[in-house]
Design a protein around this ligand. Structure first.
Ligand code: ZN
Length: 301
């Protein structure tokens, strides 16, 4: 029998848990609403418990901020989240103790990046990034084949962008920065600016050109800073197909012909791509963290 892994995609509104051997062999999956840590994690543990000794590791890809620094006294904690009740939750400890298995742990976006690296759009690449644009904006990735950490972990959604207040008087809604990327371009920002949720806006609505502009600039910044070999962009806001050509065009404009490579010009549709693993990128990312934990590999960049 191939080894059996558990994945926990820990989100602010729901936890998605799955067991399986990999992307083509998921045996069971459950969605649990995020309530209190006690109630939610008890249901998570109850989902995995029947697999008992068959389960060789579990991965947790979590909303943040989280402590991912090995050796830190609060390693494996959800730390200062504004989500009520969840600050300072030792999520790794709780799951490891209840299930008695190795637990891999990272941010939701680093998890998704790792899943794409093992099975999706990042296969064979040493340096690539994953950005999700939805209720929030977050990014993760791998550099030199290792998950990107550092002082803590990247917070790409909070990068600052040029904000032309004549074109876009909306002040932004990030509680920390106002008009950072997440404050200007997340799903809730689009809804607050235009008074309607993104999925109800027609393709010719000016919301999309503005959205593409912000994302194009942000993605160009990421290319300049990290030099990824590919950029994967997921999340609910990226679902409409008409948005993709606009984002790619805005990205190429923002690069300003500075780097002369086909991937950043005529072949940009192979460079700026949706997740290969589709809507399952999140939970498969958690399973990818379990695969690494089972190998005893928690190495990070
Ligand atoms: Zn911010």
């Amino acid at each position: 029998m191939p080894p059996l892994y558990g994945g926990i995609e820990a989100g602010g509104t729901k936890f998605v848990c799955a067991v399986g051997h990999g992307p083509d062999a998921l045996l069971d999956e459950v969605r649990i609403p995020t309530t209190t840590p006690e109630e939610t994690l008890a249901r998570v543990v109850a989902f995995f418990r029947p697999y008992g000794a068959e389960l060789c590791a579990v991965g947790i890809a979590s909303f943040g901020p989280v402590d991912v620094r090995p050796g830190s006294p609060t390693y494996g904690f959800i730390t200062t989240t504004p989500k009520p009740g969840w600050a300072h939750t030792p999520i790794v400890h709780i799951v490891a103790e209840a299930l008695n298995v190795p637990v891999g742990f990272d941010t939701d976006v680093n998890g998704a990046a790792l899943g794409e690296h093992l099975w999706g759009a990042g296969r064979g690449l040493d340096a690539f990034l994953y950005l999700t644009v939805g209720t929030g904006i977050g990014g993760g990735g791998l550099v030199n084949g290792k998950r990107l950490h550092g002082l803590l972990h990247p917070e790409m959604g909070h990068m600052r962008l040029p904000h032309d207040r004549e074109r876009d008087p909306f002040p932004g809604l990030c509680p920390f920065h106002g008009d950072c990327l997440e404050g200007l371009a997340s799903g809730p920002a689009i809804e607050a600016r235009w008074g309607r949720p993104p999925h109800t806006l027609p393709p010719d609505h000016p919301a999309w050109a503005l959205e593409a502009e912000y994302l194009g600039i942000a993605l160009a910044n990421l290319t300049f800073v990290f030099s990824p070999q590919r950029l994967v962009v997921g999340g609910g806001v990226m679902q409409p197909p008409h948005l993709w050509p606009q984002v790619r065009a805005a990205f190429v404009r923002a690069l300003g012909n500075y780097v002369d490579l086909p991937a950043l010009g005529q072949h940009v549709e192979d460079y700026l791509v949706p997740p290969h693993l589709g809507p399952r990128a999140g939970v498969l990312g958690a399973i990818a963290l379990a695969v690494e934990a089972a190998r005893g590999d928690t190495s990070t960049a």
